[in-house]
Design a protein around this ligand. Structure first.
Ligand SMILES: Cc1cc2nc3c(=O)[nH]c(=O)nc-3n(C[C@H](O)[C@H](O)[C@H](O)COP(=O)(O)OP(=O)(O)OC[C@H]3O[C@@H](n4cnc5c(N)ncnc54)[C@H](O)[C@@H]3O)c2cc1C
Length: 429
């Protein structure tokens, strides 16, 4: 089981988090219109929306607010859905693909609106560069840029030649790429804590260290059990992503698989910081196991690279991620790595999120496959709207194809890990 035991002690995000008052574990009985399981972007986004609109909400968090993927991630805000628009058109047709693109625009506006409205200090910086790690893929990038401009009117993508990119990033390992001015990056944990404060301010009650162990129906209500008590509610939202284990049932377990991904922070880079990512954008490369990086406000490199597919992190996490960083910035060999941490995220076969009504009044959103910063708070709102009997977005998202991983629950691990390892190996060829 991929357990969340609280904020990782060696996280730079934790070291720079804006204080958040601990929440009492659930003790005894509580009653709510909606019980939300998981205090990450999805659960907090849902709780905020529900409470704001007058519903009573209890959030159960197994560990601490934002201590799942939401407080550990790369902070990269990717524009669009996780699947690109050409893929969505092929799978769902033009109308749904267009609706999903509009949803992505709404999700972006929603996130930036929440940050502004609630004064969430999370250091948002616009711009995200996609860097090619192999030569020869330039035509594909140009085709994508033209496709997005012509079919979706999206004019925020701009190609960057190899030399210009090398100058901006301060490394010549990439073969060019393009910038998405609609993307950006931010401090992910401070975003999560800010959303939690806003949800509490609207009336939501959050209990930390309160793992939902099980749920059942009793008459017309749903009863959610924790070690210290139970919540009786009319509706239940399951927003535990990679940490959810079996709480959402067999169909969800077969479709959303947890994996781990890792990040480090260097010491402040002094003068070298001025020549690394001069534009200030976030960077994600085109590898299957993506390297992603950005600069902190105090001039550190925050670098994500490497993953594994079993519970538990590599014992020498700093060394593990550092090896990936040195392939991109070999001259940082003498720089100290001051923090390193990992986190768990849910992935699906096609990388499409799994957003469904599992049973009357029981809904799940998980498996964002590494793209929850922008989509998580919005998918939380989608779940909240559905609880209130509104909105079409849940039905639209439910049409995304999310097949089970091959091999069933027991065999999917060896089969999928073999597949993922093959793609990771191809990165190195
Ligand atoms: C290392 C890493 C890097 C990433 N980088 C990026 C990035 O740069 N950009 C991006 O967009 N996305 C990124 N992601 C993905 C992103 O973090 C997730 O998509 C997003 O945080 C999901 O939010 P969530 O609220 O659904 O889940 P989470 O934030 O994981 O929250 C789920 C919460 O549910 C709780 N929970 C689970 N089960 C129970 C239970 N039974 N009872 C009570 N509580 C429970 C967990 O403790 C956890 O706190 C990354 C993820 C990782 C791990």
């Amino acid at each position: 089981m991929f357990a969340n035991t609280g904020h990782p002690a060696d996280s730079w995000y934790l070291a720079t988090a804006h204080g958040f008052a601990p929440c009492e574990p659930l003790a005894g009985e509580a009653r709510a219109d909606v019980c939300v399981v998981g205090a990450g972007y999805t659960g907090l986004g849902a709780a905020l929306e529900l409470a704001r609109r007058g519903a009573s909400v209890v959030v159960l968090e197994a560990a601490q607010v934002g201590s799942g993927g939401s407080g550990r991630n790369g902070g990269q805000m990717h524009m669009g859905q996780r699947n690109d628009q050409a893929w969505l058109e092929k799978r769902l047709g033009r109308d749904d693909a267009l609706a999903l693109w509009r949803m992505a625009l709404d999700a972006r506006a929603h996130l930036l609106g929440l940050i502004a409205e609630h004064g969430i200090e999370c250091d948002f910086v616009p711009g995200l560069i996609h860097a090619r790690h192999k030569p020869g893929d330039e035509a594909e990038d140009l085709e994508h840029i033209a496709f997005m401009a012509e079919r979706y009117g999206y004019d925020q993508l701009e190609p960057i030649g190899r030399e210009a990119l090398a100058h901006d990033l301060g490394t010549d390992v990439y073969h060019g790429g393009y910038v998405d001015r609609g993307g950006g990056h931010l401090h992910p944990l401070n975003l999560a804590l800010g959303l939690a404060r806003a949800a509490q301010g609207a009336g939501a009650v959050i209990h930390e260290w309160s793992r939902a162990l099980d749920w059942r129906r009793e008459g017309g209500t749903i009863v959610v059990e924790t070690a210290g008590g139970r919540v009786r509610c009319d509706q239940l939202l399951l927003s535990g992503d990679g940490y959810l284990d079996r709480l959402a049932g067999a169909a969800a377990t077969a479709r959303v698989m947890p994996i781990n991904n890792f990040i480090l922070a260097t010491e402040p880079l002094g003068g070298r910081a001025e020549t690394i990512i001069r534009s200030g954008a976030a960077v994600a490369d085109s590898r299957f196991v993506i390297n992603y990086f950005r600069k902190s406000p105090d001039g550190r490199l925050i670098f994500g690279g490497g993953e594994n597919y079993r519970p538990g992190f590599p014992s020498d996490l700093r060394g593990f991620v550092r090896r990936h960083m040195l392939k991109v910035y070999p001259d940082l060999a003498g720089v100290a790595v001051t923090h390193a941490w990992g986190g768990t995220l849910g992935i699906t076969v096609h990388r499409s999120p799994y957003v469904r009504e599992l049973a009357p009044g029981v809904r799940v959103a998980a498996g964002y496959s590494g793209q929850g910063v922008m989509l998580g708070p919005w998918f939380g709102k989608v779940l909240a709207d559905a609880c209130l009997g509104e909105g079409e977005d849940l039905a639209l998202l439910s049409r995304l194809p999310v097949p089970p991983f091959p091999g069933g629950r027991l065999l999917r691990w060896p089969l999928t890990v073999a597949g993922l390892s093959w793609y990771a190996l191809r990165d190195r060829l």
